[in-house]
Design a protein around this ligand. Sequence first.
Ligand code: AMP
Length: 214
Amino acid sequence: MRLVLLGAPGAGKGTQAKLLIDKYGIPQISTGDILRKSVADGTPLGKEAKSFMDKGELVPDSVVIGLVKERLTADDCKPGFILDGFPRNTSQAETLDGVLEGMGAPLTKALSIDVAREDLLKRLTGRRTCKGCQQMFNIYYSPTAKEGVCDKCGAEVYQRDDDQEATIKNRLEIYDQQTAPLVDYYTKKGILVSAMSDGTIEDMFAKVIKLLED
Ligand code: AMP
């Protein structure tokens, strides 16, 4: 399965991606995770990306597309992959189509995870991520058993710099302007499926599986 996950920041793309990895044994390619790692490692790419990320703006296409192209050619992507956070605009989507066509491996589906706007803020401000295994928690909905410590691997959990309220507003605006049009893009291609996320993580996962396997 070659899948793109669409949805506003905080919709739960990463959470569903982690469940899909376990079910299908295919890797998640999260451009946000790759960029955050480059920032943490202090690489030249990370230094370039940081200023955009801190403001909640998109990192230039030239940077992100290069990262994704390289990742897609890795052996573990042969059985399929879950793209999370990429593409973020039409130009990235068109480039992705071209790359996958060249590989003879077009997208199977694009899954849009829809969430009421009023829920997104709480999901984003409450979000915490494990520094070790990247497991996600939420201080309101799914807190760690011990504050600040990952239930799964025991590493420290942290709040992303860009999950502060001012940055969130900018990220949502950019999502509306640049990323939301991808719903139409994939609808026209006949591969869009969408689900409203208004229950538990497990409820949503059941809906997702049904849509992917129908
Ligand atoms: P995310 O973890 O997907 O919310 O991404 C965090 C930040 O990384 C975004 O706000 C952007 O600054 C940057 N980023 C992630 N994916 C992309 C992408 N496909 N294109 C441009 N910037 C991206």
